[in-house]
Design a protein around this ligand. Structure first.
Ligand SMILES: *[C@@H]1O[C@H](CO)[C@@H](O)[C@H](O)[C@H]1NC(C)=O
Ligand SMILES: *[C@@H]1O[C@H](CO)[C@@H](O)[C@H](O)[C@H]1NC(C)=O
Ligand SMILES: *[C@@H]1O[C@H](CO)[C@@H](O)[C@H](O)[C@H]1NC(C)=O
Ligand SMILES: *[C@@H]1O[C@H](CO)[C@@H](O)[C@H](O)[C@H]1NC(C)=O
Ligand SMILES: *[C@@H]1O[C@H](CO)[C@@H](O)[C@H](O)[C@H]1NC(C)=O
Length: 550
């Protein structure tokens, strides 16, 4: 073979995915370490991935296989979760404490999963302890396959914007606060991609735009507490995607991004060529925190105006904005059929579960609960306990009621909270928030339809007002103070799935539960077998693996 061609081929093989007639593979090696950075001006410990803060973006296309070999060089056990990635039949890779034993310090573990049947803007983050408060997060995008039409023209470039509140205390100090039953208190600032511009003319741009071109920005709130209002000076944002759903495209001057949420917007560089600020401003707080960053026109000449539009006040505006997000029924998503071909509004509900969040300060120790139960993680992940047939030694199923009394908050039980849902049933979940603070929930393993959100308490008549036509399919939902929200979904993904508060304090102190969805045949068609490299711990350590049925 010609030497040049041979060399070219070698180069190609090194940069291209392996193709074995199956979906392509992409390999990543992550060295996770501590580092010292000063995102708010004072040096502090942060979590780096391959020396990057935030971590590297994962760029993938529907059906790609991602193989991520994580070297844990922290001094604590570590897990990564792939926020919004549905892990079809594969909760083994979800990287939460109910499905996986954490990776011990000084060792490595390889995640192997396929981003199947979904597209959109997501992120990953370290699930353990308060690690997300120190970094270790990064963008994760799933592009549409080439043959599937996307309902907007190819943007000039595709930018990831990770916004989030930031604490200067460091994750260990924050965890100690929670372990001692105290609150995290207020964050000290807001970062955009790990930085906060000073605004004194010395800042380097985070992004550049060529005049006249249109860019995609994927904005995710990777923080641990605060809802943020996101704005780009003088530039309306055309919303095109919310957590994997193509939406009816509307221009917004600003967007409320609650913790754990992601939005995909298009921005056209058609204004005076100079610098502009993007800003993320805390919502529903007395002291307003703001993070800013610069976008520069490539032909630009001139500093950004110091005047940044103010965020709206109160939550009613945010509720209206939520209601304005509509599914584009004719657009395709991961598959070449219209999103609206799935008529979720016509499926009969087989079970309704109402979840009421509450807080307890008994004995001066803060705990958060769902239906009176404050979840604690077990030494044996609940999925492993179930798989090895030793769940009776580890936890009890179904200790909460589907329809709790309204005064559920008076007493809190601290226990593992695991509920069972029958495989392939269509279930309605109502989140009722009696507190004065906003709640944000994320369900792993699924996308659901957020069909209603209203002030007050829920009752069955409220179903008359549900959006049964074009609610978007997504994986997070916020519940405003003294409000309720309803979601509907088909539990067709067998596995053990975490339903959690996105507020790290609430989650860490118990506002989460696990949903066990078991396929009655326990067939490998419904759920993959335990991976060979699965770490076992607790009561599952050293147990022989059951033989799967086929
Ligand atoms: C990870 O980074 C640390 C600190 O930079 C270094 O000492 C170590 O050798 C790296 N490990 C790997 C596997 O690259
Ligand atoms: C991301 O992947 C898509 C297709 O898989 C590719 O077209 C694009 O250039 C990639 N972008 C980056 C920034 O690597
Ligand atoms: C640890 O990394 C090595 C490559 O450096 C790899 O061969 C091995 O499979 C990894 N171990 C696990 C448990 O993922
Ligand atoms: C919905 O998607 C279609 C593509 O099927 C696109 O042509 C149309 O512009 C979109 N509608 C809106 C209102 O965004
Ligand atoms: C839903 O329930 C109604 C009333 O019980 C019944 O008539 C209808 O056939 C059911 N629809 C489906 C799709 O099962």
């Amino acid at each position: 073979m010609d030497r040049v061609i041979y060399l070219l081929l070698l180069c190609l093989m090194a940069t291209m995915p392996l193709i074995n007639g199956e979906d392509p593979y992409f390999f990543f090696t992550w060295n996770v370490t501590y580092g010292t950075l000063s995102p708010l001006g004072t040096p502090q410990q942060v979590i780096l991935i391959n020396n990057e803060f935030p971590g590297p973006n994962i760029n993938s296309t529907s059906n790609n296989n991602l193989v991520v070999n994580v070297f844990n060089n922290l001094d604590e056990p570590l897990l990564f979760t792939w926020h919004g990635v549905q892990q079809r039949k594969n909760c083994w890779q979800d990287g939460v404490l109910g499905t996986n034993c954490p990776i011990p310090p000084g060792t490595n573990y390889t995640y192997h999963f396929q981003v199947k049947d979904q597209i959109g803007s997501y992120f990953y983050y370290p699930f353990t302890g308060l690690h997300r408060a120190a970094g270790g997060f990064g963008g994760l995008r799933i592009n549409s396959r080439l043959l599937i039409p996307v309902p907007y023209a190819d943007p000039e470039d595709d930018y990831t914007v990770l916004i989030g509140d930031w604490y200067t205390k460091g994750h260990s100090a924050l965890r100690k606060l929670l372990d001692s039953g105290r609150s995290l208190g207020r964050p000290q600032g807001v970062l955009i991609n790990g930085k906060s511009a000073k605004g004194d003319g010395s800042d380097q741009p985070l992004f550049t735009m060529k005049p006249g071109k249109t860019y995609k920005y994927r904005i995710c709130n990777v923080g641990i507490k605060e809802s943020l209002n996101f704005v780009i000076q003088n530039h309306p944002m055309k919303l095109v995607e919310v957590e994997g759903s193509h939406v009816v495209q509307i221009n917004y001057d600003s967007l409320d991004v609650h913790v754990g949420q992601c939005f995909g917007v298009l921005v056209t560089a058609d204004k005076e060529p100079k610098d502009y600020y993007m800003a993320a401003t805390s919502r529903f707080t007395n002291t307003i925190l703001k993070g800013i960053g610069i976008i520069r026109y490539t032909n630009g000449n001139g500093r950004a105006s110091p005047e940044i539009p103010k965020a709206p006040i109160g939550w009613a505006w945010s509720l209206n904005q939520f209601r304005s997000f509509r599914w584009n029924l004719t657009a395709s998503a991961a598959r070449p059929n219209p999103q609206g071909s799935y008529h979720y509004g016509q499926i009969n509900i087989t079970r309704t579960v109402k979840l009421i969040n509450s807080v307890s300060r008994a004995n001066n120790k803060l705990r958060y609960a769902l239906n009176g139960v404050s979840h604690v993680d077990t030494d044996t992940p609940v999925k492993l306990a179930e798989y090895f047939g030793i769940s009776d030694k580890v936890f009890k199923y179904d200790i909460i009621s589907d329809n709790p009394p309204q005064n559920v908050e008076t007493s809190i039980l601290v226990q593992p909270n695991v509920i069972k849902f029958k495989f392939r049933t269509f279930i309605e979940i109502i989140f009722e928030n009696h507190e004065k603070t906003i709640q944000v929930y994320n369900l792993a393993g699924y996308a659901f339809f957020g069909v209603a959100m209203e002030p007050g308490t829920w009752s069955p008549e409220k179903r008359k007002n549900y959006n049964v036509l074009d609610a978007i399919s997504r994986h997070t939902i916020q519940v405003f103070p003294k409000c309720w929200a309803a979601i509907m979904l088909s539990f067709d993904n067998a596995g053990m799935w975490n339903l959690r508060s996105e507020n790290a304090e609430n989650r860490y102190l118990g506002q989460q539960l696990y949903i066990s969805v078991v396929s009655p045949e326990r067939s490998l068609n419904d759920e993959y077998n335990i991976p060979k490299n699965c770490i076992t711990c607790g009561a599952a350590k050293g147990l022989p693996k059951p033989t799967p049925s086929t």
